[in-house]
Design a protein around this ligand. Structure first.
Ligand code: SF4
Ligand code: SF4
Length: 478
């Protein structure tokens, strides 16, 4: 597949990287004075304006420190280190909570000269909470149901409030919320349109499908928000999306006011999470549309599905669907016709944590793949208990920790992929795709290809049914 129009993404240059290197990731210069006091003030403010206090109270009481959660953590499985035991990490935050925000903790600390939050302790949290991918698999090993991913999220938010957050995440969110382009990959509207026109030409030339990427269509049913990086990196996924929409008469549009599904707020700040989902809801309203349609991206889907209702009007908020749900329904309705067994090589499926852990989307992609693949095999374990790619929680975008991500974090995933013997790993998530390509590269799985679900669907469409003659293959002609 040819590359789409090159658009420069806002990668860090060497000069930018001269900054705090105390942690394994780069951090922009920030006020390093009185960090313990400022950490506690930020923690206090968050407790006042959220429900986290209830969760912390509950977890403080029920956690048994049995470490059964560790058996489910892909990082611990590989490292075997105490700091990677989920409940050990969660305890870092619970200890601060108990000491400074509960009566018992305050009294016992006065009487027995107890724990004090120090700079060193803050540094330990800053390092450890970015070794967790917030994949939430450990929750299912915990007999008490403690959600360590949620604790990672909260700890990262407090750290971010005092200035400790990986620069890679900050740069992306800053461009999305304050930058000229308003999206994480800094793609201007003119480049977006150019890319989509190019993809339309490719679809026509290679498949004879006259599909469009409709822009700013008022009154369309769904407004489309893929991970915006797909416009740079995943042309086949997007062409598959457009082809399915065209053949099934889907009513969709891309809004040039806002077109990015990525939401790194989910990984370090509820404030940013809220502001980003509001941009999606506002674009749906501007275009007088009814629904939010998220592309192939796990965290983009979860952040919209779970938080658009929370932050954008409750029951009045626009419903959110993922494009795999759309295509699956079209298959069941008989509007999407595919060729059975069209994909000959062995195919397996990686469940993105953000859509499978909650059991939201598990069977739909499998049914689509079983309809088009001759040799589909499931990963073991699969579905809700599938293993994280190792790049979750936004860590995939932190290039400087690649060795950790693909080694300590990704080795278990690499072994799981290897055991399937698959040629294609379908990973319907922009973050998973990047991470899994690097995992395969760094773990010697050079014959494996990481693709999107719609990349394969595009190859398996029953064009004859739609009255489309497949173009003659050029190589064969020559
Ligand atoms: S959320 Fe995932 S990465 Fe984090 S501790 Fe649990 S299993 Fe490990
Ligand atoms: S990057 Fe993919 S596997 Fe990893 S946490 Fe996100 S959705 Fe899960």
């Amino acid at each position: 597949m040819r590359e789409t129009t090159p658009v420069k993404s806002p990668r860090l240059n060497e000069q930018d990287q001269v900054m705090t290197t105390k942690y394994p990731y780069y951090v922009e210069p920030y006020n390093e004075t009185e960090r313990p006091r400022r950490f506690l003030e930020a923690f206090s403010a968050i407790l006042q304006h959220s429900n986290y206090g209830f969760v912390l109270d509950t977890y403080s009481k029920i956690t048994t420190k049995c470490a059964r959660c560790a058996c489910n953590c892909q990082v611990f499985m590989e490292s075997g280190e105490l700091r990677d035991v989920p409940c050990h990490r969660t305890e870092l935050l619970l200890r601060v909570y108990r000491r400074y925000f509960t009566l018992g903790g305050m009294v016992s600390s006065r009487l027995f000269n107890g724990f004090t939050l120090t700079d060193r302790y803050i540094d330990e949290m800053a390092e450890n909470f970015y070794r967790c991918t917030a994949c939430r698999r450990c929750k299912f090993g915990c007999p008490m149901g403690v959600d360590h991913g949620l604790m990672t999220h909260l700890a990262r938010w407090i750290l971010a409030e005092i200035g400790i957050v990986p620069k890679a995440l900050v740069v992306a969110v800053r461009e999305q919320l304050q930058g000229k382009t308003g999206n994480t990959s800094a793609i201007p509207v003119v480049a977006l349109k150019d890319t989509c026109e190019f993809l339309e030409e490719e679809l026509l030339e290679n498949y004879n499908i006259p599909a469009k990427f409709p822009m700013d269509v008022e009154g369309a049913e769904m407004v489309f928000f893929p991970a915006v990086s797909d416009y740079l990196l995943e042309p086949d996924t997007l062409m598959g999306n457009a082809a399915v929409m065209h053949l099934t008469n889907g009513s969709w549009t891309i809004g040039t006011g806002y077109y990015d599904g990525i939401n790194y707020g989910l990984f370090y700040s509820d404030t940013h999470l809220c502001n980003i989902v509001r941009k999606e809801a506002a674009e749906v309203k501007r275009l007088k549309a009814k629904k939010v349609l998220i592309g192939e991206c796990g965290h983009a889907s979860r952040s919209a599905k779970a938080f658009i209702p929370t932050f954008c009007g409750g029951k009045k908020a626009p419903p959110v669907i993922n494009i795999m749900e759309y295509s699956h329904k079209a298959l069941l309705d008989g509007r999407l016709k595919v060729k059975s067994g069209a994909i000959l090589d062995r195919v397996t499926y990686h469940d993105p944590c953000n859509i499978a852990r909650s059991k939201w989307i598990i069977n739909q992609p499998r049914e689509l793949l079983e309809a088009i693949c001759k040799d589909y095999v499931d990963m073991v374990p699969g579905g809700q208990m599938n293993i994280c790619c190792g790049g979750g929680g936004g860590t995939v975008s932190i290039d400087e920790i690649r060795k950790f991500r693909t080694g300590t974090g990704g080795h278990v995933k690499a072994e799981q992929i290897k055991a399937t013997g698959a040629k294609y790993v379908v990973a319907p998530c922009a973050n998973c795709k990047k991470q899994l390509r690097e995992v395969c590269e760094d773990n010697g799985l050079h014959d494996v290809e990481i693709v999107g679900l719609h990349d394969l669907l595009l190859k398996a469409l029953d064009l004859e049914y739609y009255g489309i003659t497949a173009p003659e293959k050029k190589e064969e002609e020559e």
